[in-house]
Design a protein. Structure first.
Length: 163
């Protein structure tokens, strides 16, 4: 469909947009857009929908850390198997294969710095393929997943799509 990338860009900006809203913006029918979204979901192009939460404005204490991990790739599997193992932990929010001085970047969340430290020392560091780790605690988020955290500087719900 000719709208595929436009639909994806709009949903990435605001996952709550309805097929009707997208159809109006693109000059298409709601049924066309709904069918395309369903196809994209079925083909695993759209993997899910998620809210971006400013946890600092809640009573739930949350700490986020970025961990640099150097690993020895496993024969015949490269980095994929160790990345799969690391991703299986619920604390792991994101994992990326990197170029440069380390191999993986892991983003994790916990309730305290101690909890994150325990995760690294008890789960991550003992893995046979892990050579070393470096943990960096995120002190403040200014922008995450395309959303600016200070609403006084921008309407975070505004969809700005240009082609």
């Amino acid at each position: 469909m000719k709208y595929k990338e436009k639909i994806l860009a709009m949903l990435e900006q605001d996952g709550r947009m309805t097929a009707a809203q997208i159809a109006r913006m693109l000059g298409a029918t709601e049924q066309e857009i709904q069918q395309e979204i369903e196809t994209l979901e079925r083909e695993n192009v759209i993997l899910g929908y998620k809210a971006v939460i400013d946890w600092d404005k809640t009573s739930d204490e949350t700490v986020t850390a970025q961990i640099e991990v150097r690993i020895t790739p496993q024969k015949g599997m490269g980095f994929d198997e160790i990345a799969r193992q690391i991703c299986s932990y619920p604390q792991v929010q994101s994992a990326y294969l990197m170029s440069g001085g380390f191999d993986l970047t892991i983003i994790i969340t916990g309730h305290t710095m101690r909890e994150i430290s325990q995760f690294v020392s008890e789960n991550l560091a003992p893995m046979e393929s892990v050579i070393s780790t470096a943990t960096h605690f995120i002190m403040k988020k200014y922008k995450d997943q395309g959303v600016i955290y200070d609403p006084s500087t921008q309407d975070t719900r505004e969809v700005m799509i240009t082609w």
